[in-house]
Design a protein around this ligand. Structure first.
Ligand code: ZN
Length: 422
């Protein structure tokens, strides 16, 4: 499902505003009942203002012989995203000031934007650029920048508690697959899976344009931020590299600990990075006025893979298995978020007699294995009201699910009681 969604979204020309975003959100609505918000041009959001809305219909360059050499309809990366309209004949020398290429990667078309300064331009491969001969070229961009709105999608799943988990993906890139259709598709698939479950936490999914979108959402929802206990920005999660987790600004939030624990359990190859104030929307969620526990989950780290922000970040670069495995990881992370509790051992003076409670030889019909026995002993020993199951899983080195299962067995025979909830 995830890959099919990436494929369907791929051809659409998106930007930070405009019909490409609306069309993409409408496609997501075929999977989850998300709400679409429109915030008018000119609205103040903290230190920013919602920009004019950009829409594009067509764009091309014709060479001196009248051949169309660049065509937006062949690849929407060819247009500098947010280009103002243009229609004129100009000599090559002048045209060159409006062309963007990648001399180091001469076969690829770069992805370039100009959201906050009004100009026009085209992106093309350096090889094609070098073949352009002297003469007058006809340039045409049929776009408009006008009063409109910024569009974003939001999907909220109510759990038993008000406490919530925020999952955020940017939706402003045109035909780029890993950055960030992969994050959108993984997020939608994960959201769908949660609809089948009874949840302790509430979950909020945001599909927003980068930077201005998260700033807009934060500005309009400041009162809700107190509820955010966990958060992940999803980006570049569809390529075949191992996972990269960039920690929240806090560095040791429960989210940071849970993601690291889950990544280490299944021997998934991974890399953990400290927070830096550069990257995706975690920059806004982790700005000092909010300091939310929001990390960023990636596979290849943005900016560090050669396909990044080029035409090589295409449908071949993203793998269906990688997308599925990302969704699996998100489910594993949720199991820990949902299952983490603090308990108190009801028989703390000496070890309780597990044999007479049927816990030493058999548990729920299952033979006691070595690690299962250790999990029971660890839970009993550390459940003094000061250690969560996550603390116990970290300290024992056992997988969280084994600690959770052991706690369930001990609860079943009355040896544990849940500590007062906060
Ligand atoms: Zn990007």
């Amino acid at each position: 499902m995830e890959y099919t969604l990436v494929k369907k979204l791929f051809p659409i020309c998106r930007s930070i505003t405009g019909n490409g975003v609306r069309k993409s959100l409408n496609i997501l609505q075929e999977h989850i009942p998300l709400e679409i918000h429109e915030v008018p041009t000119g609205t103040n959001v903290f230190d920013w203002k919602i920009p004019k809305e950009w829409n594009i219909r067509d764009a091309w360059i014709k060479d001196p012989d009248g051949n169309k050499i660049i065509d937006f309809k062949q690849n929407n990366l060819h247009v500098l995203n947010y280009s103002t309209p243009v229609s004129k004949n100009i000599p090559l020398q002048e045209l060159k000031e409006h062309l963007y290429t990648l001399p180091e990667q001469p076969d690829l078309i770069p992805y370039r934007t100009s959201y906050y300064s009004e100009k026009w331009g085209f992106c093309l491969s350096h090889n094609q650029f070098q073949q352009m001969k002297e003469g007058d070229y006809e340039v045409f961009i049929d776009s408009d920048l006008s009063e409109g709105s910024l569009t974003y999608g939001e999907f909220y799943i109510k759990g038993k508690s008000e406490k919530e988990v925020l999952i955020s993906a940017h939706i402003c890139h045109p035909s780029l697959a890993n950055d960030n259709l992969s994050g959108i598709a993984a997020s939608v698939s994960f959201a769908k899976s949660l609809l089948q479950q009874e949840l302790q936490y509430s979950y909020r999914f945001l599909y927003i344009p980068g930077t201005i979108g998260s700033i807009t959402w934060l500005a309009q929802n400041e009162g809700k931020l107190i509820n955010i206990k966990h958060g992940l920005v999803l980006s570049c999660v569809g390529d075949s590299a191992g996972f990269t987790y960039k920690k929240s600004r806090k560095g040791n939030s429960e989210t940071d600990r849970i993601v690291q624990k889950v990544l280490s359990e299944k021997e998934r190859s991974h890399d953990v990075r400290e927070f830096i104030p550069y990257g995706y929307d975690e920059r806004q969620y982790c700005s000092p006025g909010f300091d939310l526990p929001v990390g960023c989950l990636m596979r290849s780290h943005f900016g560090e893979f050669p396909e990044y922000h080029t035409s090589a970040d295409n449908l071949d670069f993203v793998k269906p298995e990688a997308l599925q495995d990302t969704v699996e990881l998100l489910k594993n992370i949720t199991e820990v978020i949902e299952g983490n509790r603090i308990y108190i051992n009801q028989n703390p003076k000496g070890e309780p007699n597990l044999g007479k409670r049927g816990l030493y030889s058999k548990t729920g019909g299952m033979q006691m294995t070595g690690s299962r026995k250790m999990a029971i002993l660890w839970v009993l020993n550390l459940s003094d009201g000061n250690h969560s199951l996550l603390d116990i899983a970290e300290r024992s080195g056992l997988p969280f699910h084994e600690i959770r299962d052991a706690a369930n067995s001990l609860l079943g025979v009355g040896l544990l009681k849940e500590a007062n909830k906060d």
